[in-house]
Write a protein that binds this ligand. Structure first.
Ligand SMILES: Cc1cc2nc3c(=O)[nH]c(=O)nc-3n(C[C@H](O)[C@H](O)[C@H](O)COP(=O)(O)OP(=O)(O)OC[C@H]3O[C@@H](n4cnc5c(N)ncnc54)[C@H](O)[C@@H]3O)c2cc1C
Length: 397
């Protein structure tokens, strides 16, 4: 069979995993990334469930382990920093997973281990796609015209190419939670645990250790308007207003964000779609099914999707429709499992009133008790399946 050509848009976890596996299975691969250079940054992501098996098949388990964030567990704290409840890091899928790594370190690890021959172009985006029978022609902002057998759209939750090609099918569910992430200097009060502070007004402050000698901080505010369209200074000013009286380490985080180089603002939005492919175009990762940190496991699902896509296309030769349908069928139960959390979870996790906060703290105590630990363990299980991964076709094994 002649060498097949895939264009992949987006060079983060889903796009790089697809590049890795499609190249491994004999494709010519061209990756386009909008950013001018590799995008570093981001907080902890974890490799759970069947994603551990995919990582092992990539030969990257030890490389990811070597970049462990050093976090040893999770504690819920009050305004004085006193520990109210504690979730230990117990086993591969505990609250702090065994394979816990910063998003940027994870993506760079895949990038640095791509098979020979993957072409990556930074600072370019797709401006037009012509999906004709049996081929797809991609035109880019820099004027390139690429003829391919497959276009993989892995542009994340706010994917423009997805909206252009699948717009009528995109169901966006804004969870009403604004988050800002960034890296701040470590201080003597930071320890090896993820410290999680919840207060009234639907506000949370998170501090987590990293393996670079700094601290990863996050502020989250529920019932918030979307701040992702504001520029950085305006978005941070809005967080400053909202967290002015939040207490604990909120002020330190806000001051740190003023000079942080990797501030990332997000509005948690689930993406739900009835299909993830049309003709010779398919979606991977958050572009197709963003689960948000409320569901958890976005990075694991993104990693798995690259393998499953390449495996399904390796056994169906030029029967693309069959291969892409098999990819969707395999991935969908994993996605449904994390997208379907109960609606009351958001107001419960982000209480507005003192009463709500008291209730939340009671439940935190209960779920961290040894009595309920089997139930709690289920909450952090994602990408969990008893199904075997689809095999890679013999010609490509
Ligand atoms: C800089 C950054 C920081 C993040 N920080 C966190 C975090 O702290 N916590 C968390 O839970 N999740 C974070 N995420 C999201 C997390 O990476 C994803 O939820 C998950 O890993 C799935 O990855 P993905 O590859 O599908 O999407 P993403 O990781 O969102 O990657 C999408 C990629 O596509 C690129 N792109 C977007 N539009 C275009 C376009 N039109 N053309 C070409 N390329 C395009 C983006 O620059 C990006 O590299 C972050 C993502 C990024 C990009």
């Amino acid at each position: 069979m002649a060498e097949r050509h895939a264009v992949i848009s987006g060079a983060s976890i889903a796009g790089l995993s697809a590049a890795f596996w499609l190249r491994r299975t004999g494709w010519r691969v061209t990756v386009l990334e909008r950013a001018e250079a590799f995008r570093d940054g981001g907080q902890n992501v974890d490799v759970r469930g069947v994603a551990r098996e995919v990582l092992a098949r990539m030969g990257l388990t030890e490389a990811v382990k070597a970049q462990n964030t050093t976090e040893t567990g999770t504690v819920f704290v009050d305004a004085g920093g006193r520990v109210l409840a504690e979730l230990p890091s117990d086993g591969p899928d505990g609250a702090t997973a065994e394979l816990e790594v910063l998003r940027g370190d994870f993506a760079r690890t895949i990038l640095e281990h791509l098979p020979e021959g993957v072409e990556i172009t930074y600072g370019d985006t797709i401006t037009d796609v012509a999906d004709t029978t049996g081929a797809v022609t991609v035109t880019t902002a820099s004027g390139r015209v690429l003829s391919a057998d497959l276009l993989v759209v892995a542009e994340g939750v706010r994917s423009a190419t997805r909206d252009r090609l699948f717009g009528d099918l995109v169901d966006r569910r804004d969870l009403g939670i604004a988050m800002v992430f960034g890296t701040i200097p470590r201080t003597a009060s930071d320890d090896s645990r993820w410290r999680w502070y919840t207060t009234t007004g639907g506000r949370q402050v998170h501090l987590r250790p990293d393996n670079h000698g700094t601290t990863r901080a996050m502020l989250a505010h529920a019932r918030a308007a979307d701040l992702t369209r504001l520029d950085r200074a305006d978005a941070l000013a809005r967080f400053r207003e909202r967290f002015a009286d939040a207490g604990w380490e909120a002020r330190r985080v806000l001051d740190g964000f003023d000079t942080s180089t990797d501030v990332y603002v997000d509005q948690l939005t689930q993406i739900r779609m009835p299909v993830w492919h049309r003709g010779r175009v398919c979606l991977a990762g958050d572009a197709g099914w963003c689960v948000t940190p409320m569901g958890g496991g976005g990075a694991s699902l993104a990693l798995v999707s690259g393998y499953v896509l390449a495996a399904c296309l390796s056994t169906t030769a030029d029967r693309y429709e069959e291969g892409l349908a098999a990819y969707e069928k395999w991935m969908r139960p994993l996605v449904d499992d994390v997208q379907g959390f109960p609606r009351w979870l958001v107001p419960f996790a982000y209480p507005r009133t003192r009463l709500g906060l008291a209730l939340r703290r009671l439940v935190d105590k209960a779920i961290t008790s040894s009595l309920l630990s089997p139930l709690t363990a289920k909450l952090t299980q994602v990408a969990d399946t008893t199904r075997a991964l689809p095999p890679i076709g013999a010609a490509h094994a």
